[in-house]
Ligand binder design. Structure first.
Ligand code: ADP
Length: 251
């Protein structure tokens, strides 16, 4: 074949490849959309009976439950706890399905977001006598302020929940060239090396019963990973030799 024929063939092949690649992408994005819609619909449907159940339970619990024996009270307490857990799960699933549609053009002052999270989580930290420290430069970035609040909140909440009594949580925000680095460091139990990727999977927990005791439903880090993804960032977990974990987010 002459050089020009070969070139023509190459161009044709490349065009073919690019058409099938685009078709594949379209199909993938349709599949994601169907899945997203399914999660959103399922979460909406689950919310209605759950809210009704919770209203009844709240009414009952505020009535002082006259004339009931210890066993019944225990049962009601358990049902209330489980319906709270379900509620948390349904809310997080809804949040996850709505991520794509949230605007991401807020000008965010990260130090203010971190400060807000630390104030909101101070009561939880006090229960375990944990010190919360924020070290934030004067940095702004574009994104969704609601989602970035949620990201920092989930990481700091975990850093408190899985920490030891009297421990410490440090949130550091600094600029790394054109990017923003946000790290949340704790003095807790740490995460085993081989599970570092898995903790971001929905419903995965290193210790299921401990997480349940602490009110966890296993969706916090899955949501964090999605928030990082929609902001074109990345997240990594580092262990500290002396014990404890560092979550580093680059945005
Ligand atoms: P949960 O609701 O169980 O806290 P997450 O998705 O937030 O769910 O976290 C998943 C699991 O990762 C937790 O159950 C816990 O085992 C582990 N984990 C998360 N953050 C930390 C941390 N800072 N230190 C130790 N383990 C952690």
């Amino acid at each position: 074949l002459s050089d020009s024929r070969m070139e023509e063939n190459n161009v044709k092949e490349l065009n073919q490849l690019s058409i099938s690649y685009n078709r594949m992408l379209e199909r993938l994005s349709d599949a994601f959309e169907v899945q997203r819609q399914f999660t959103a619909n399922a979460a909406h449907e689950l919310r209605t009976p759950l809210t009704l159940m919770q209203v009844q339970l709240d009414l009952y619990n505020s009535s002082g439950h006259p004339g009931n024996d210890e066993d019944t009270l225990q049962t009601i307490k358990m049902v209330t706890e489980q319906s709270d857990r379900l509620n948390k799960m349904v809310k997080t699933l809804l949040d996850m399905s709505e991520l794509q549609t949230v605007g991401r053009d807020d000008k965010i002052m990260i130090a203010a977001v971190v400060e807000e999270v630390l104030v909101d989580l101070e009561p939880l930290a006090q229960e375990k006598n944990i010190r919360l420290i924020g070290k934030c430069g004067d940095i702004t970035m574009m994104g969704s302020d609601i989602l970035i609040y949620r990201l920092v909140y989930n990481l700091v909440e975990n850093a408190i929940k899985y920490n030891h009594l009297g421990g410490q949580v440090t949130v550091t925000v600094c600029r790394k060239e054109k990017q923003v680095s946000l790290s949340v460091e704790d003095t807790g139990s740490g995460i085993p090396e081989e599970l570092k990727e898995r903790v971001f999977e929905p419903f995965f927990r290193v210790d299921k019963s401990r997480s349940r005791e602490l009110g966890g439903v296993g969706l916090g880090l899955a949501l964090v990973r999605e928030i990082v993804r929609v902001h074109d960032g990345r997240i990594a977990i580092k262990s500290k030799p002396a014990g404890g974990t560092i979550f580093e987010v680059i945005l």
